[in-house]
Ligand binder design. Sequence first.
Ligand code: AMP
Ligand code: AMP
Length: 346
Amino acid sequence: MIYTTRKEIGLKKSDYTIATLASHSSLQILKGAKDEGFATLAIVKRGSERLYKSFNVADEIIVVDDFSELKDLDEQLSERNAILIPHGSFVAACDLDDLKALKTNYFGNRNILTWEADRIQQRKWLGKADLLQPKIFKSPDDIEGPVIVKFFGAAGGKGYFLTHSKEDFERKIAEHAGKEYILQEYVVGTPVYVHFFHSSLTGELEIMGFDKRYESNVDSVGRVAAKEQIELSIETSYTIVGNMGLVVRESLLPMIYAMGERVIAASKEIDGIGLFGPFCLETIITPDLKMYVFEISARIVAGTNPYINGSPYTDLRYDVPMSTGRRIAREIKHAIASDELEKVFQ
Ligand code: AMP
Ligand code: AMP
């Protein structure tokens, strides 16, 4: 169901519309697109229409029962000159092959999605970029020290658990039968998520900001005394609830920037074109300031949401509030102006 028509909102046939699935970081993306002068379209799950209308960032709304219906909207979206901006819900709700087959303009490099979705490929990529990574244990027999057990796919930390021995692992994995997982060294330190933007038009790399996550129940077990944690057999879980802004020691920035540059260089070895647009390195920083990268997201992350009004870092470079969502729209605007859209749609 479409609520408004392009004509009603004064769009010409040639005008582009920035479109996305209404979840994750969509409010930021749509607001940023409007700030850059684009028309906007939100694909909303039935029941959330009133909420999305209330923010007034979507000129048009298409209602679906499930985000996986995106593939069925392909024709309609390309006719409307839509540009899809991917985020975490795309990878979580749609089949990778469906995303790759879309005819609608899509911001970013779709080939990289395959690397992001596969933890083994990701690890190769980060290795090529010479980044420090937590150790992987090939078999439960090798478990040594604290280990985090992770499942495949972007599930936001749901179901992850900690273990320290083969026996403990076998007891805990029993309730996750059939799922693919990895056994990763658990690094004790502070989690820091780094938001970057790489322009395929200018070749520049920008630090957009940082966040830390607020996860249930790991961020609240400290409210229960250690004695009670043991008595109640509380087990930690990492279900994402929200994000908080963060500023890092300025002396860490040169190392972080160089890490981002190496990730870009390594991505070019993967498919020639490489990673462009927003991406995030998910890290743990140890007390001796070693930065372990345990994951990469090759798209906008929801950790940028605290910065809809710009971050302390984007404030340095821009004279308008520059969210990552707005930065994407600005990149597309520049690509349209210089007739280089092929550099932003892959
Ligand atoms: P959602 O649209 O909220 O269902 O999220 C889609 C995917 O992105 C899920 O795998 C979530 O776990 C992940 N995700 C959603 N919100 C956040 C967030 N604030 N920080 C990190 N990951 C998130
Ligand atoms: P993810 O869903 O991969 O972003 O991770 C969910 C949670 O697990 C976050 O709180 C991370 O900080 C934590 N985490 C993931 N991998 C590791 C690791 N190797 N060592 C310590 N904490 C980790």
